[in-house]
Design a protein around this ligand. Sequence first.
Ligand code: COA
Length: 164
Amino acid sequence: MVPELKNRLHVRKAESTDPIPYDLLLLADPSMTAIEKYLPASEIYVCELDEVCIGVYVLYPAGNGIAEIKNIAVKDELQGKGIGKHLLADACTRAKNAGYDRIIIGTGNSSIGQLFLYQQQGFEIFGMKMNFFMENYDEPIFEDGIQCKHMIMLGKDLPAGSRE
Ligand code: COA
């Protein structure tokens, strides 16, 4: 990311008084029902550009020392500038500092760019929830003509020695 952009970004944990950025959350997860299910137990982190919320990620305690990124999104017109990579790194650092041993994320079989990004950032595929999107979403989801049927799970260990 160019330093001019990085210097204008600020990632922080959302306060209970902050509006929930549903517009961004819905970019990553088209089901409001699913979002409402994981939000109460999760922590929301917002990414602000000059104090305007332009990105979000959601950390959920999945048990056994594992944090799950349940949602990550960057405003449409700001995608492709390195902000998603910055948010992933931020999520890993915060999860590690909070004492988690591992961080995981799930994405659709049709989400080719996301699969690229997560593996580029050190996440490895460890499983697949077969037919997850067919069974849990009311409407069929297509990306680039590919039907999103299965959720591919990726994870990354967070070695304790590297805590900041
Ligand atoms: N297709 C191809 N490559 C993609 C891509 C896509 N859709 N999205 C990201 N990438 C690649 C970029 O080329 C870049 O690689 P490079 O640095 O080698 O060029 C890398 O991934 C990082 O991209 P970055 O600019 O940091 O990502 P971003 O700011 O666009 O954020 C998302 C990534 C996924 C958060 C963002 O695209 C988004 O909000 N998408 C909609 C919501 C969503 O799908 N969330 C994830 C649900 S699992």
